[in-house]
Write a protein that binds this ligand. Structure first.
Ligand code: SF4
Length: 574
C-alpha cells in the first residue's frame, strides 16, 4: 500500500479532483489559449492531451522575437475491438476537417485520434463524437483504457463475435463511474458552474478516490492469431477454443512497453500466464486484478507504477495470491497453450457467410489525402457508396466488412483510383510495420517516427530485395521516444528514438510479440539505421536455419555474435 505522506503530486491531484472535474469546466468557459497544468492532467481521463506544434517550437515573429507557443489538443476516441460503423467513420472524417488538422490517425490500440483541435472547439468535438455513439472517456488516463481484440469479421463460427462482444462489455464494465464527463462535455454551458458547485460524489467501486496509479490496458486474443499483441498488455485474455466456441481464457498479466533508459529501475515486460478461468469468471477476475493494482501499485513514483512493477515487487505467486484473496477463491493454473501466429488481416478474405472483407494497409495509421495517395477520399467514397461496417486493427489499418463478391472488382478499382496499393502487392515488412505519432504533435517525442516510417520501409525493402529476402516476414516498429506507444521492444526490429535524429536499434523479438528484443546498437543516426541492419540481414541469409525468422535468428545468435558479424575485422583483432 502507498505511503500517504509520499504520494506523488499526480496522486494528490486525482484525489482532490472531485472525481475528475478539477478546474476543467471553469477553464472551458474562459476564452484563454490553453489549459492549466492541473486541468491538463485531468483532461487525459477525458481522452485528451494538450499539445504544442513541435515544428513551430523555434518559430520567430518577423521582428525576430520567439513566437508564442500555440496549444492544441489531441482527442482520442475509445473504440472497443475497433468496431466502427460507416456513419461513425464518416462522422470522424467530418470532424477531422471541421475541428482538427484534416487528418485522422488510427492508433495501435484500435482507436481514432484527432490532432490539432483548438481548446475552444474541444467541447463541440467531444459532443459530436458522443452523438455518433462513441466516446473519449477513459481513452487515456490512469484507468482501464480501450479494450482491444481481433477485428477480423469471420462469421463461420461465433468466436470472433464473442471476443468483440466481450471487448465492448469489458470496456463498459471497467470504465469510471464519475459523472464528470457527461457534466463537462455533454451538457450545455448554462448552469455548468452551478452543477459543479453542487458536486455529489458517486460510488467508484473499482477505482476508489484516486483511480489507478497508472494506465491499464486489456487485450483479448487467440493462440493462432495474436494480432492484438496480447503480451504488451497489463491484462491479456487468451481465448481457449473447443468445438468452435470459447470455453475459457488463459489470464496473462504484467505486459508493458514503456521504459526510461536513464532510469535502470524501469523495464519493458511481456505478460506472463497467471491462471485459467471460465468465461463466467472474467468480470470478477479482471476486477480483482485491477483492485490489487489499485491498492498495491506504486503511488509515489509514476515511472514504476504500471502493473508490471507491482508484479515484480510482489513476485508472481504472491501477486496471484492477492488476486485470489480479492476474488474470493483460488484460481486454476494456466493451460499450456502456446501463441503461434499473428495475422495482419490485410487483403481480401472470405468472411464465412458468402461475403468478403478487405484489409487496407495505411502507413502509420494516418488517414489523409497526400498527392496521388488519397486515403481519406477513398474512405469517403467507399463508405458513402456501400455503408459497410469497418474495423480498426492494432497494426493501424482498416478492414472493410460485408462485401458481396460481385463488388470486389469495383472496390479494387476505387482503391487504385485513389492511389492505394492492394495489400497483396505489398511486402510483409510494409504490412507489419507500425509507428507511433511522435513529431510534430507528441510532447514527449525526441525523434521522428510516423513521418519517417515510409522512408525507413522503402530503404529496408530495397536491401531485402537485393538480398532476395523481400518475402520474409519482418515486424518493424518505430517510436519517437522510449515510451513505447508503438510496442518497439518485442518485434523483429525495434527502432526507438533516443535523441534528435538518433535511435536505439533493437533486434531479436518476433512477430507474435512473445519475446523481448535486445539492444543491437545505440545512438544510431537516422541515415545509418538501414546500413546498420544490412550486415545482420546478410548474416541471416547465410546462416539461418530452415524456416527460421529474422527475429528468431537474432535471438539465437545473441548480441555479441551479431555485433561481431557486423565488424569482422574488429572481432578478429579482439
Ligand atoms: Fe510520443 Fe514517445 Fe508515445 Fe511516440 S512513443 S507517441 S514519441 S510518447
Amino acid at each position: 500500500m502507498a505511503d500517504e505522506a509520499k504520494r506523488s503530486k499526480a496522486e494528490v491531484l486525482k484525489e482532490e479532483s472531485r472525481q475528475l472535474r478539477g478546474p476543467l469546466a471553469r477553464e472551458l468557459t474562459v476564452l484563454d489559449q490553453h489549459f492549466s497544468g492541473e486541468a491538463e492532467s485531468l483532461l487525459k481521463f477525458h481522452g485528451c492531451y494538450q499539445q504544442g506544434n513541435r515544428d513551430e517550437r523555434k518559430a520567430k515573429n518577423p521582428d525576430g522575437t520567439p513566437k508564442a507557443k500555440e496549444y492544441r489538443v489531441m482527442v482520442r476516441t475509445r473504440v472497443p475491438g475497433g468496431k466502427v460503423t460507416a456513419k461513425q467513420f464518416l462522422g470522424h472524417l467530418d470532424l477531422c476537417e471541421k475541428y482538427a488538422n484534416g487528418t485522422l490517425k488510427i492508433t495501435t490500440r484500435q482507436g481514432f485520434q484527432f490532432h490539432g483541435v483548438l481548446k475552444n472547439d474541444l467541447k463541440a468535438t467531444i459532443a459530436a463524437i458522443n452523438a455518433n455513439l462513441l466516446t473519449t472517456l477513459a481513452a487515456c488516463g490512469d484507468v482501464n483504457r480501450n479494450v482491444i481484440t481481433c477485428p477480423a469479421p469471420f462469421k463461420n463460427n461465433g468466436v470472433r463475435a464473442q471476443m468483440q462482444a466481450l471487448a465492448y462489455h469489458l470496456a463498459e464494465h471497467l470504465k469510471p463511474r464519475s459523472t464528470a464527463y457527461h457534466e463537462i462535455w455533454l451538457t450545455d454551458d448554462s448552469g455548468l458552474t452551478e452543477n459543479l458547485a453542487e458536486f455529489q460524489p458517486v460510488d467508484e467501486p473499482l477505482y476508489g478516490k484516486a483511480y489507478l496509479p497508472r494506465k491499464f490496458k486489456v487485450a483479448i486474443a487467440l493462440p493462432d492469431d495474436n494480432c492484438v499483441d496480447i503480451f504488451a498488455n497489463d491484462l491479456g485474455l487468451l481465448a481457449v477454443v473447443e468445438d468452435d466456441r470459447i470455453v475459457g481464457f488463459n489470464v496473462m498479466v504484467g505486459g508493458g512497453m514503456g521504459r526510461t533508459p536513464s532510469a535502470e529501475k524501469t523495464f519493458a515486460a511481456v505478460a506472463q500466464p497467471l491462471a485459467y478461468i471460465s468465461p463466467e469468471q472474467v468480470d470478477l477476475v479482471a476486477e480483482a486484478i485491477i483492485k490489487v493494482q489499485r491498492d498495491f501499485g506504486n503511488r509515489e513514483d509514476r515511472k514504476v507504477a504500471r502493473l508490471k512493477y507491482t508484479i515484480a515487487n510482489l513476485g508472481l505467486e504472491a501477486f496471484k495470491a492477492k488476486v485470489e484473496e480479492y476474488y474470493g477463491q483460488p484460481l486454476a493454473p494456466p493451460r499450456p497453450i502456446p501463441i503461434l501466429k499473428a495475422e495482419d488481416h490485410m487483403g481480401w478474405h472470405e468472411q464465412g457467410d458468402g461475403n468478403l472483407f478487405v484489409g487496407i494497409n495505411i502507413s502509420g495509421g494516418r488517414i489523409k489525402d497526400d498527392g496521388d495517395l488519397r486515403i481519406k477520399s477513398f474512405f469517403r467514397a467507399v463508405l458513402g457508396k456501400y455503408g459497410m461496417e469497418t474495423r480498426l486493427t492494432c497494426m493501424q489499418a482498416v478492414i472493410l466488412c460485408d462485401i458481396p463478391p460481385s463488388e470486389k472488382p469495383v472496390i479494387e478499382q476505387m482503391m487504385r483510383d485513389h492511389g492505394i496499393v492492394p495489400a497483396e502487392e505489398l511486402t510483409p515488412v510494409r504490412r507489419f510495420a507500425i509507428s507511433c505519432t511522435a513529431f510534430p504533435t507528441c510532447g514527449l517525442a525526441v525523434a521522428e517516427s510516423e513521418r519517417v516510417l515510409p522512408d525507413v520501409i522503402t530503404r529496408l525493402e530495397a536491401e531485402l530485395t537485393r538480398l532476395g529476402l523481400e518475402r520474409e516476414l519482418f515486424a518493424v516498429h518505430i517510436t519517437g521516444c522510449p515510451n513505447g506507444c508503438g510496442r518497439p521492444y518485442t518485434p523483429d526490429v525495434g527502432i526507438v528514438g533516443k535523441t534528435l535524429g538518433k535511435y536505439t536499434l533493437f533486434v531479436g523479438g518476433n512477430s507474435i510479440g512473445s519475446r523481448l528484443a535486445f539492444i543491437y546498437k545505440d545512438l544510431v543516426p537516422y541515415e545509418e539505421l538501414i546500413p546498420s541492419l544490412v550486415p545482420l540481414l546478410e548474416f541471416f541469409k547465410s546462416d539461418r536455419l530452415p524456416g527460421e525468422s529474422f527475429g528468431d535468428f537474432c535471438a539465437r545468435q545473441g548480441a555479441e555474435a551479431l555485433q561481431a558479424s557486423a565488424s569482422p575485422a574488429v572481432a578478429a583483432a579482439g
